[in-house]
Each structure stands twice: as structure tokens, then as C-alpha cells.
Design a protein around this ligand. Structure first.
Ligand SMILES: Nc1ncnc2c1ncn2[C@@H]1O[C@H](COP(=O)(O)OP(=O)(O)OP(=O)(O)O)[C@@H](O)[C@H]1O
Length: 294
């Protein structure tokens, strides 16, 4: 376990933006913090990054006093500030001075990191002429310079066009083999592309914390679709809720505990010829919406 968060709260004047959340981040994991606008994602990430003081609660990093851990975190804010007159390299030199790398090590690290985020060819160009995607990759480079153990990214792709989005998500996919990543997004698809774990935040509370697979399975629908050669009228009505697609095709909505074999048994009793049987799977999107609507 890399980070352990207990009962973390943040209150702005009267408004409680984060309501006593507890979670752990395992070393080597890539976790997406999902939630709609105002859910408390930025507030949570800023507290983890040490930029915002919690109102109450504990943030513990493995084997490190909290004060030292900032050195082991890389953070990319939602709206990073760039100086348009600086070149990409100058910006990283400026950002790197805050880390404790020696001058020569910093120079090597800057070259390596610019290459990693595909900005090597424009290292001496001014940031003012960069696209949103290039700026975001530069922001990412800044967060990576000191080789952090935990990379925290606040909505790293939300403001980008599809190409920019793809580039940053690809970089994250590569990075997740090397470090622990926590990034926020309000788009489920982004989470799906890079992460295996999600934490869903709504109005300051955690609604879900676990793997994407377990999210999908936990909300699995037990609906079944059946098509027969003959009419299905009055075959299932006394057993389950029935929705007709046409006279010989129905969607059935049994309770989760209902034994679906009874449906097939009923077909045999009523001498119907089965043409199609399908368990309807909820998509991940459906599962997410169910959690959000809880
Ligand atoms: N400095 C502040 N002062 C007062 N209220 C704030 C402040 N910062 C955030 N809030 C409120 O706290 C709640 C959580 O905000 P936060 O920015 O953490 O949410 P978010 O999930 O990151 O949203 P978004 O996706 O819009 O960035 C919101 O209701 C917001 O209005």
C-alpha cells in the first residue's frame, strides 16, 4: 500500500466539498477518480498533493513522513500556468529548480523527459505557440522530472481535442508500468482506456471503489431475452415482469435470485420452440450510471 487516506474532509466556509472519505492506493496501480463537476475531485487531489490543508482526516504515505512525501509526488493541476515567452526547455529548467536534482542530472532528465512526451523537436520553441495537447504534455513532463512514486493528474485530458486526448492517454498507459497513477476525469471512457481501478465520487462521498470489472459485475442486470417460433403471450406473466418486443420475442426481468432455468422449463411445459436465449449484460456505462443514481 502506498497511500492510506482516512476520513478526509474539506469544508469551504459552509460547504462540505469532501465528506469524510477513506481509501487506499496500492503501489503500481492506476486509479481513475471519476465524478461529475463539483463532486470534489480537485479538492481531494489537491489535499493529496499537499497543496490544500484538509479540514480533518489523515493522509499517510508508506514509510515516509508526510512532509517528505511531496518530493515523491508529481502533480499536474487542472489549469497549469505556463509562461508563453518561455521555451519548453526553459520551463522545465524553471520547474526543475524546485526539485533537488543537481544541475547536470536535471539537464539529462529534461532531455529524456522531453523525448518521452514527444516534445524533443520543439524543446527550443516558445510555449506561446503550443497547442493545448503540447502544453498538456509539457505539464506532464514537469510532473515527471523528479521521477515521482505517485503521479497525480487533475483532469489531464478534459480540455483536449481527440488527438491530444489520445496522445496523453497513450503516455499514461506507458507510465503506469513504472509508477502509481491517480488521475481525475468526468469521462468514463478515459478511465477505461488506461486504468483498471476506479473511484467514483459524488457530492463529496465515494460511491464506488474497486476494479472496473467488479463495477460492471456488481450492477449486472439479470434481464433475459427470449425468442420462440410461436407466440409467447401468457407464457411468463405469472413468473416475471415481461416486456414484449413482438409476439414471439420478450425481455424478461427476473429478480436477481430467480432461477432462470425455470424460464426454460416453462417453455418446455408450454411446448414452445426456443429460437434465441440471451442474458442482457449491462455495459460499463450502465453500471456507472446506476452507481451515480444511487
Ligand atoms: N475555493 C473554494 N471555495 C469555495 N467552494 C469551493 C472552492 N473550491 C471548490 N469549491 C466547491 O467545492 C465543491 C467541489 O469542487 P471541486 O473543484 O473539488 O470538484 P470537481 O469534482 O473537481 O469538479 P470539476 O470537475 O468541475 O473540476 C464544489 O461545489 C465547488 O463549488
Amino acid at each position: 500500500m502506498l497511500v492510506n487516506i482516512q476520513n478526509l474532509t474539506k469544508t469551504y466556509k459552509q460547504h462540505q466539498a469532501v465528506k469524510g472519505i477513506s481509501f487506499q492506493i496500492e503501489k503500481g496501480k492506476c486509479v481513475a477518480l471519476l465524478g461529475p463537476n463539483g463532486a470534489g475531485k480537485t479538492t481531494t487531489l489537491q489535499m493529496l498533493a499537499g497543496l490544500l490543508a484538509p479540514t480533518s482526516g489523515k493522509i499517510q504515505f508508506a514509510n515516509t513522513a508526510s512532509a517528505d512525501f511531496r518530493q515523491r509526488i508529481g502533480f499536474l493541476p487542472q489549469h497549469p500556468t505556463f509562461f508563453p515567452w518561455m521555451t519548453a526547455k526553459e520551463f522545465l529548467q524553471f520547474a526543475g529548480k524546485l526539485s533537488q536534482l543537481s544541475k547536470t542530472m536535471l539537464e539529462d532528465k529534461i532531455t529524456e523527459t522531453l523525448e518521452f512526451v514527444s516534445l524533443k523537436d520543439v524543446r527550443n520553441k516558445r510555449i506561446g505557440g503550443f497547442s493545448g495537447g503540447m502544453k498538456q504534455r509539457l505539464g506532464l513532463a514537469q510532473a515527471l522530472l523528479h521521477e515521482p512514486d505517485l503521479l497525480i493528474l487533475d483532469e489531464p485530458v478534459s480540455a483536449l481535442d481527440p488527438n491530444g486526448r489520445r496522445d496523453v492517454l497513450e503516455i499514461l498507459s506507458k507510465l503506469k508500468r513504472e509508477m502509481t497513477i491517480l488521475f481525475s476525469t468526468h469521462v468514463l471512457h478515459d478511465a477505461e482506456q488506461v486504468c483498471d481501478s476506479v473511484m467514483i465520487l459524488k457530492e463529496g462521498s465515494i460511491m464506488w471503489d474497486g476494479s472496473l470489472d467488479s463495477l460492471k459485475n456488481s450492477q449486472a442486470s439479470s434481464a433475459v431475452q427470449i425468442k420462440t417460433a410461436e407466440s409467447l403471450e401468457n407464457v411468463f406473466e405469472d413468473l416475471v415482469m415481461v416486456e414484449y418486443i413482438d409476439a414471439s420475442t420478450v425481455t424478461l426481468f427476473p429478480d436477481p435470485a430467480f432461477d432462470t432455468n425455470l424460464l426454460l422449463q416453462r417453455l418446455m411445459e408450454k411446448k414452445r420452440t426456443l429460437v434465441h436465449f440471451e442474458r442482457l449484460q449491462d455495459s460499463l456505462e450502465d453500471a456507472y450510471m446506476k452507481v451515480m443514481n444511487q
